[in-house]
Write a protein that binds this ligand. Structure first.
Ligand code: S3P
Length: 425
C-alpha cells in the first residue's frame, strides 16, 4: 500500500488518544503467562509485534481470551508447556530476545523463528549472557532461527557493554528461573518496564543505579493497564511542532523517565510542550502531552539520553530539519541494528526528498531550517518507524511524497493514518 503525504491542510488540531505502549504490551502478556492465576490486560496493543508475543505465550500453554479487541484475559498455571510447533516471532526483536531468556531455563526444547528482517538481526548480545548461565542454544552465526534446549540455569553477574532493555530483560527473565541472584548492569539506563512489571507481579527484584538483580521467583497474576506509547506519540509531537497553526493534545501517554528523552530534547530545542494530568498506573507514570507549532533550534543528542529516545531518532531527524542551526546525533550506532539500518536507510530516504544530511558511523548531522523539496517516491525498508517518519516529513514538504509499502506501520501502530487524518484542518 503506497501512501501520499502532503501539506494540503491548514494545521493539525485536536485531542487524540494514543494506542498502547508496545514495550509494555509485550511484557504484560509474557509475564502474565509466566504468572500463576488470571489477569485482565487493558489497552493491549493492536500492533502485529505484540500479537506475535501473545500467540507464542498461547503456544506455551497460556489460555488467552479477548474480551474486546484491546482487552485480553490470560490464565496460566505459571508453568509453561512444551510447544508443538516453531515459535514465530514475526518481525519482533523484543519477542525473540525476551522469550529466549524465558525458554533457556525450561524443561523442554523450542525453536524460535522470525521474518526475513528478524533473521538478519544480531542475537549474540543475548546468546553470550545466556550461555554464561549454562543455556544451550543452536544458531546460525548468532542469527535466528534459534534452537533452545531448556536446561537448569546458574545465576550470573553480567556487565553489559550495550545499554539495551532487550538484553537486560532477557537476562532478568532467565534469572527468574536460575539458582542464586542474577545481576545485570549497563553503562546507561535503558527502559525499565521489565523491572517495574516484575516487581508489580511479585518478583524478588532490586535496582541500584544502572544495575538490576533478580532472584528465582514465582510471579502472581494481577490485572495490568497498559499506558499509551510515547514512541507512537512522538510522530504527532513532531508533526504538531513543525506544521504551522498546529495544537494537539495527546492523551494517556506513558511518561516513564527511561522513555521521555524525546520530551527533554524537544523542550531543549524550544518546543511548546506542556504535560497535563500526570498520574501513576501499575507502576508507570502517565499523562497528557500538549504540543503546538514551535520555533525550534538545533541541539546535540548524545550519551546517556540515547537509550531514552533510541526509537524516536528517525522522527527527531525530521524535526531537526525545521530547527534553526545544526543538530548532531552521536553514540547511536545500535540504530543500525533495528528493523532496518536506521542510520543508512533514513539518510538515503531523506536525501531523496531533498534533505541535506550527513551520515556518521554512530548517527547523523542535519543542517536546520531546510525546505523539504519532496516530490519523490520513498521506501520504508519494511520498517514501521521509518514509514511514519517519512510521512511526517511529507507534511512540510513543498511537493507531496509517497511512502511505499506503508502497511508496515501495522507492526506497532495500525491506527496511525486514521488519527492523522482526524486532526488535519
Ligand atoms: C525495546 C528496547 C529497545 C527498543 C525496542 C524495544 C524493548 O531496543 O529499540 O524498540 O521493548 O525492550 P534495545 O533494548 O535493543 O535498545
Amino acid at each position: 500500500m503506497d501512501i501520499k503525504s502532503d501539506k494540503s491542510f491548514n494545521g493539525l488540531s485536536g485531542i487524540i488518544e494514543i494506542p498502547s505502549d508496545k514495550s509494555i504490551s509485550h511484557r504484560s502478556v509474557m509475564f502474565s503467562a509466566l504468572a500463576k492465576g488470571e489477569s485482565v490486560i487493558s489497552n493491549f496493543s493492536k500492533g502485529a509485534d505484540c500479537h506475535s508475543t501473545l500467540k507464542i505465550m498461547q503456544s506455551l500453554g497460556a489460555e488467552v481470551d479477548f474480551i474486546n479487541e484491546k482487552t485480553v484475559k490470560i490464565k496460566s498455571s505459571g508453568i509453561l508447556k512444551c510447544p508443538n510447533k516453531h515459535l514465530d516471532c514475526g518481525n519482533s526483536g523484543t519477542t525473540m530476545r525476551l522469550i529466549s531468556g524465558v525458554l533457556a531455563g525450561q524443561n523442554f526444547d523450542s525453536i524460535l523463528v522470525g521474518d526475513e528482517s528478524l533473521q538478519k538481526r544480531p542475537m549474540k548480545r543475548i546468546i553470550t549472557p545466556l550461555e554464561l548461565m549454562g543455556a544451550k542454544i543452536e544458531h546460525s552465526n548468532f542469527k535466528a532461527p534459534l534452537k533452545i534446549s531448556g536446561t537448569n540455569l546458574q545465576s550470573i553477574n553480567y556487565e553489559s557493554v550495550l545499554s539495551s532493555a532487550q538484553v537486560k530483560s532477557c537476562v532478568l527473565l532467565a534469572g527468574l528461573n536460575a539458582q542464586g541472584t542474577t545481576t545485570f548492569s549497563e553503562p546507561f539506563k535503558s527502559r525499565n518496564h521489565t523491572e517495574l512489571l516484575l516487581k508489580y507481579l511479585g518478583a524478588d527484584i532490586d535496582v541500584v543505579g544502572n544495575s538490576v538483580s533478580v532472584k528465582k521467583s514465582q510471579l502472581i497474576a494481577k490485572d495490568i493497564n497498559v499506558a499509551g506509547d510515547i514512541s507512537s506519540a512522538a510522530f504527532f509531537m513532531v508533526a504538531a511542532a513543525i506544521v504551522p497553526n498546529s495544537e494537539v493534545i495527546i492523551k494517556n501517554v506513558g511518561l516513564n523517565q527511561t522513555r521521555t528523552g524525546i520530551l527533554d530534547i524537544m523542550i531543549k530545542m524550544g518546543a511548546n510542550i506542556e504535560i497535563l494530568d500526570k498520574q501513576n498506573i501499575c507502576g508507570e507514570d502517565v499523562g497528557d502531552i500538549k504540543v503546538s507549532y514551535s520555533d525550534l533550534k538545533g541541539v546535540e543528542i548524545s550519551g546517556d539520553i540515547i537509550p531514552r529516545l533510541i526509537d524516536e531518532l528517525p522522527v527527531i531527524a525530521v524535526l531537526a530539519t525545521q530547527a534553526k542551526g545544526i543538530t548532531i546525533v552521536k553514540d547511536a550506532q545500535d540504530l543500525r541494528n533495528k528493523e532496518s539500518d536506521r542510520i543508512s536507510c533514513l539518510v538515503t530516504e531523506l536525501r531523496k526528498i531533498g534533505v541535506v544530511i550527513t551520515e556518521t558511523e554512530d548517527g547523523f548531522v542535519i543542517e536546520g531550517r531546510q525546505r523539504i523539496k519532496g516530490g519523490a517516491l520513498t521506501e520504508c525498508y519494511h520498517d514501521h518507524r521509518l514509514a511514519m517518519s517519512l510521512y511526517v516529513a511529507g507534511l512540510v514538504a513543498d511537493e507531496a511524497i509517497i511512502v511505499k509499502e506503508f502497511q508496515w506501520v501495522d507492526i506497532s501502530f495500525p491506527e496511525f493514518l486514521g488519527l492523522m487524518e482526524n486532526i488535519k484542518n
